[in-house]
Design a protein around this ligand. Structure first.
Ligand SMILES: Cc1ncc(COP(=O)(O)O)c(C=O)c1O
Length: 369
């Protein structure tokens, strides 16, 4: 059945940074019989998922899951972990950190922004200098800026925050939407409070599931914050997750797919998955730069999940993509202002070296015409 649906579509292999390519076995896993979210089957499924998910996030607390996407937890983190009228320090280094900052304001919280040049990493110095002035309840930043292809040094930033007087109280919120499972992150060991992600990035699942690790510190903070809302109330989500349930209807097909994908991740090992992503990044950077394009941004912080290249040869990126489509593939134009000036190739999730070689052969063909 699922095959016949797929056979009626053109398959375009996704080298865009989300949604990413999903393996047929994972697509098939979604097609199981439905069950109700209060039936024992649901709790058994989430019970199977949870230890594996905790290993991916490297945390001892159950990871919250909710139908939605990463944006849901952007808002939930702010509404649960910062008091109304409270202040957050926000590091802005690309389109997604910029979006998150606008959500902070839409939730009625005060934000101070420290800007980092697009393509450059978020570094702890300016952040701790600002935090040291006092009055901040939280700091928010992005682990892997999908718009620039830069991975920020989360461990270094968190350690610098904790070293401040009063730093133990500050809630550290990390958007790892295009990071977790592809880029190294140790939630407990790095002493983070929130790490949120979406299913359609390095997890290589269809879109539709938000996932978020939450520390005891963040839960304790949420207990002091009124008006946390309903859909993203971390305390309700935690309460239900203790019973391997979700407060509202669970996205059963997504959970079936997640269970199967987590088995594959456990077989690969999470450390093995991080290493594979680095190898695929290195392969992509070596090939594209050999053609005369330059890596956009600081190579020391080049993302293991998505590479961003300056269009130094001034090719027509839309024409390249139109050509790639004829071969059943697609890459991504530069984000926002970088449209036409840069292009991005995602090498995250279940993309393999063989997939990348096919892409490079097609790019070769385009460049030689
Ligand atoms: C770094 C980052 N944060 C947040 C988001 C928003 O995620 P979602 O669309 O899953 O809500 C994205 C989407 O691309 C992203 O790349």
């Amino acid at each position: 059945m699922s095959d016949s649906v797929r056979n009626s579509q053109q398959h375009i292999k996704l080298f865009i940074p989300g949604p990413v390519e999903v393996r047929p076995e994972i697509l098939d896993a979604q097609a199981g019989w439905m069950f109700g979210h209060r039936m024992p089957e649901a709790a058994e499924l989430i019970g199977r998922i949870q230890p594996k998910l905790m290993e991916v996030f490297k945390t001892k607390n159950p990871v919250l899951i909710q139908a939605g996407t990463g944006s849901l937890f952007w808002e939930a983190a702010v509404r649960n972990c910062v008091s109304e009228g409270g202040r957050i320090l926000h590091a802005r280094s690309g389109a997604f950190s910029q979006k998150w900052e606008s959500i902070v304001r839409s939730c009625g919280r005060e934000t101070t922004v420290i800007d980092f040049e697009w393509g450059q990493p978020v570094l702890p110095g300016p952040l701790v200098e600002e935090l040291a002035k006092g009055g901040y309840e939280a700091i928010a930043f992005v682990h892997n800026e999908t718009s620039t292809g830069v991975t920020n040094p989360v461990q270094e930033i968190a350690a610098a925050v904790r070293a401040l007087p009063g730093g133990e109280e500050i809630i550290i919120m990390v958007d790892s939407v295009s990071g977790i499972s592809g880029a190294e992150l140790h939630f407990d060991e790095w002493d983070l409070d929130i790490a949120l992600t979406s299913s359609q990035k390095a997890f290589a699942l269809p879109p539709g599931l938000g996932m978020c690790a939450v520390s005891d510190r963040a839960y304790a903070k949420a207990e002091t914050v009124p008006n946390r809302g309903y859909y993203g109330d971390l305390l309700t989500l935690r309460k239900m997750m203790k019973k391997f349930n979700t407060p509202n209807t669970s996205p059963v097909p997504m959970l079936l797919a997640l269970d199967v994908q987590l088995d594959a991740m456990m077989a690969e090992t999470i450390e093995g998955r991080w290493e594979r992503h680095i190898a695929q990044r290195d392969m992509t950077v070596a090939y594209i730069t050999s053609k005369g394009f330059a890596l956009y941004g600081d190579p020391a912080y080049a993302s293991p999940t998505v590479s961003n290249f300056a269009n130094t040869l001034e090719i027509d990126i839309n024409a390249l993509n139109a050509f790639l489509r004829t071969k059943g593939m697609i890459i991504s134009n530069g984000y926002g202002d970088l449209k036409g000036k840069a292009f991005r190739i995602a090498h995250m999730g279940d993309i393999t070296e063989v997939d990348l070689e096919e892409l490079f052969a097609a790019i070769d063909e385009f460049l030689s015409t």
